[in-house]
Design a protein around this ligand. Structure first.
Ligand SMILES: [Zn+2]
Length: 56
């Protein structure tokens, strides 16, 4: 899974005017879930299901 930072850099994730993370493709605000297999939390798009891990 790619990191949120990498997603932002590759423009797969954008930020809205309130600095909230959005899926660049769907324009959906990313939701958060905790994944016991990953350190930190997972940000995902409820529309297309893409996921990015958020460390810290
Ligand atoms: Zn999406």
């Amino acid at each position: 899974m790619e990191s949120v930072r990498k997603g932002l850099r590759s423009k797969a994730i954008t930020k809205d005017t309130y600095e909230r993370l959005e899926c660049a493709e769907c324009k959906e605000r990313l939701k958060t879930r905790n994944d016991p297999d990953e350190v930190g939390s997972v940000r995902f798009c409820p529309e297309c299901g893409r996921e990015w891990k958020q460390v810290g």
